[in-house]
Design a protein. Sequence first.
Length: 236
Amino acid sequence: MNRAVRRATLAVADAATEGLDMVTVVIGGAIGAWAGYTYSPDTWSGDWRLALAGGVAVVAAVAVNSLAELFLTPLRRLLTKARSTARPTTPRRNTAPAPAATLDEALAQVVVATEEDAAHRAANAAFRIDDSDNFLRSEDRWRGYEDGEASFYLAPGVVLHHRADRDDYKHHFTLLTGDGEEPVVITGMEQIRHHLAARAAGLPAVPVTGDTEPAKDKVADTIAELDTHMKAVLEA
């Protein structure tokens, strides 16, 4: 679908969803007001009947709107996901650079290709811990290295590291910090949330037992490099 048409369709659907929300409130209120006034005792004065109608209208409006949320909420989620997938992406280069004239130039090209390959494989493997398809699956957020590993910058002093074992087709995700904490093996997004929430509250995050590669002496260098890189990106 044409991108402009898709954006327009999503905008109309979004407006319609918000409109339905208001319509349910109005319909519920109208039904409640009518029922409250119609079925109130005839012996009551007009003021009491109107007061009862107003109270029933409020209750009915809330009840009908709550029922409508049962199908409006899933619809909003679908629209949110559709908007995230409709965002333009940076096209990938599908052709190799011109042949190198020297060995050093060839090595430089291979280094760049290795880093891009590492970032691409990390983003592709991220579905193992992130099913949302709109966070860790973003290849632009991953930075690859010459050794085939890659890191995803999360916050100052905190990165997610990826390492793949090609022989047995295993992917390892590890949360690294620059303050001497043990690397944390990550198998799901909830672990990342738990660790960041603990750090934000000034509490220690208990590391998960298991594979803690890369070695601790490599963690500080990785954190410092990513912090410097992201600072340069934000200041650019």
